[in-house]
Ligand binder design. Structure first.
Ligand SMILES: Cc1cc2nc3c(=O)[nH]c(=O)nc-3n(C[C@H](O)[C@H](O)[C@H](O)COP(=O)(O)O)c2cc1C
Length: 200
């Protein structure tokens, strides 16, 4: 039994050594420095089928699809904080990340249809969003941030913050963006310190 709070990072990009991966690595390092347990999962390495809208979860709170999402549900519920790192793909998060989000309909059903006490009340979990887009569009993150806010809400995590970078396209170029990696490290450290401050 480990009594340290868990910060779970989700890599939403399929690109190894990519921009959101570098940001998430920094954030998790910052969190670990602040004394929490960290774990990271590469979503493109999982087999997660998109939601089939069978709505079985409205009766049971569980998803009937037998794939790697079954292992991810307990991790999301065990984590005190989840950091999702996804680049912008066509003004949203990647398909890897969106499949996981949609499968959280089962958690949404537990919370809002079945009123599971585990997902009610004050939001003690926290969620943080890291994202990067190649262009400089003013509204580039609008769709993604809304999706991610409601993703976090499905497992009763408060939206604790975000770091969003425009105009970063080539693999690894985030490292050339002044302060980006240090901001990510500080964000991870602050997130972990907030958890520890709240006794989690
Ligand atoms: C399928 C696809 C769709 C993309 N759509 C957008 C987009 O809508 N807006 C944008 O600014 N950049 C877009 N990009 C660029 C990525 O957001 C950018 O390259 C980012 O740095 C990738 O981050 P990563 O290295 O973490 O994968 C797209 C890239 C791909 C491969």
């Amino acid at each position: 039994m480990n009594d340290k709070a868990l910060v779970l990072g989700l890599y939403g990009s399929p690109r190894k050594g990519g921009n959101t991966e570098l940001l998430l690595d920094e954030a998790l390092t910052g969190a670990a420095d602040a004394g929490v347990r960290t774990e990271a999962i590469r979503l493109c390495g999982l087999r997660v089928t998109p939601c089939t809208e069978c709505l079985s979860c409205f009766n049971t709170g569980a998803c009937v699809i037998d794939d790697d999402m079954q292992g991810l549900y307990p991790r999301l519920l065990e984590a005190e904080a989840v950091i999702l790192a996804s680049p912008i793909f066509f003004y949203g998060i990647t398909a890897w990340a969106k499949a996981v989000v949609d499968r959280c309909q089962a958690l949404w059903a537990r919370k809002y249809v079945l009123h599971d006490p585990l997902l009610q009340g004050e939001k003690k979990r926290k969620g943080f969003f890291l994202s990067v887009g190649g262009t400089k569009g003013q509204r580039m993150f609008d769709g993604a941030t809304l999706t991610v806010k409601y993703f976090f809400d499905a497992f009763n995590a408060a939206y604790a913050g975000e770091l969003l970078f425009r105009g970063v396209d080539a693999c690894g170029d985030i490292a050339k963006t002044p302060d980006a990696l240090s901001q990510a490290r500080a964000a991870g450290r602050n997130l972990a310190q907030d958890l520890r401050g709240s006794g989690r």
